[in-house]
Design a protein around this ligand. Structure first.
Ligand SMILES: Cc1ncc(COP(=O)(O)O)c(C=O)c1O
Length: 370
């Protein structure tokens, strides 16, 4: 028995926080569910694989670079991002996935008694980092599956430091158009930080979709998040970044771990940004086709479903989502259960190549029509 006085050692906000256990590695799952393949439709990954040049960088990574630390603050990549987006290199901070930059931003601005505001059904890491760091996360219910700007504004008080808007929203795919976003930013005023998480930016083709990197020129309290995990298919390498006004990024840099982004990730991300092979177009077409196929299936079966932008859609299922997950796993199909996202008995499905979508449709029908 441990004699560690954990009650005394561990802050109350950590004691009260429930750890998140990610799923087991694929080989373990395949053994458990007795299948010889697994279609991963649970994490909004881009099943096309990375852009060709990024793939070549990964294939050719020289072992002699392995003993050498990476560049500590992604020097070349930040210069490249600056060039691409018409900014300066000091406006970028690159992290071990954009999850890491979420942590850096919250650490940079929040202290005891502060709160952050976000939606109740959105990417959960903003809420988790705030709570396990001892800050209140105010969770605003969605309206018609969309993030509710007015209710978020109403929740602001003098201790609100950061508002997180996931645009488009994961998991519902809804987005705020430019008019909604600017009205919201005007409502917030310039005295608190607004993070606009654009993890799915490259999937959106709507003319009225606002670009946070442009908005920050008028609203210097805006921080944009982007990632290489989604469109650019580099999730295994863990690389994402933020962009903001130089004085804002200078603050966040103080709380950001240096050397957290490995050399291969930096090089592959750099190659992905340069891609001119039509990779993004091909991915968008694949997603559009998947959306059409699955919408047809869900309509056919009379099931409520929600989708918008992004490479995923959600469907309300007439059984427990965890039971459905297990039944689909036995057929080699892995989806995301949504009870944990506060959408009980919904699942989220990533949109990938047609043969896999067809395998999903078949498995889904078989399981639900039994
Ligand atoms: C909205 C949103 N933001 C951030 C992330 C995290 O991305 P990264 O892999 O860069 O940490 C995800 C991943 O699912 C996401 O959906």
């Amino acid at each position: 028995m441990s004699s560690l006085p954990l009650e005394r050692l561990v802050p109350a906000h950590v004691q009260g926080f429930e750890a998140y256990y990610p799923s087991k590695p694929d080989p373990e799952l395949m053994r458990l569910f007795k299948v010889d393949h697994l279609h991963r439709l649970n994490n909004n990954e881009n099943a096309m694989g990375p852009p060709p040049e990024a793939g070549r960088i990964v294939d050719g990574f020289p072992p002699r670079q392995v003993p050498v630390y990476p560049n500590g603050d992604c020097y070349y990549l930040r210069h490249q991002l600056a060039e691409k987006f018409g900014k300066t290199p000091d406006q970028f901070l690159v992290g071990n996935g954009s999850c890491e930059v979420i942590t850096s931003v919250i650490k940079a601005f929040c202290e005891e008694g502060d709160n952050i505001i976000t939606a109740d059904k959105t990417f959960a890491v903003y809420e988790w980092v705030a709570e396990f760091s001892g800050f209140e996360a105010r969770l605003i219910p969605l309206r018609n599956y969309g993030v509710d700007p007015d209710a978020m504004l109403e929740a602001i008080d003098e201790r609100t430091k950061i508002l997180f808007v996931c645009n488009p929203n994961n998991p519902t795919g809804t987005y705020w158009d430019t008019a909604t976003m600017t009205r919201f930013l005007d409502g917030v005023g310039g005295e608190r930080i607004v993070v606009i998480d654009e993890a799915y930016f490259e999937y959106v083709e709507k003319d009225d979709y606002p670009d946070a990197m442009r908005l920050m020129e008028r609203y210097p309290n805006v921080i944009a998040f982007r990632t290489f995990s989604k469109m650019y298919a580099l999730a295994a390498l863990r690389i994402g970044y933020l962009c903001g006004a130089p004085e804002v990024v200078d603050i966040v840099r103080r709380t950001h771990i240096v050397y957290s982004v490995n050399t291969l990730a930096q090089a592959a991300a750099s190659a992905a940004l340069e891609d001119d092979t039509g990779f993004i177009r091909a991915t968008r077409d694949m997603v559009a086709e998947g959306k059409e196929l699955l919408s047809g299936l869900f309509d056919d079966m009379g099931l409520e479903h929600v989708h918008g932008e992004g490479n995923y859609m959600m469907v309300h299922v007439p059984m427990s989502d965890t039971l459905l997950y297990r039944k689909l796993m036995k057929k080699g199909v892995m989806v995301r259960t949504m009870t944990g996202f506060r959408f009980p008995n919904w699942i989220r499905v990533s949109l990938v190549q047609r043969p896999v979508m067809e395998a999903f449709c078949q498995a889904f029908r078989e399981v639900l029509q039994k």
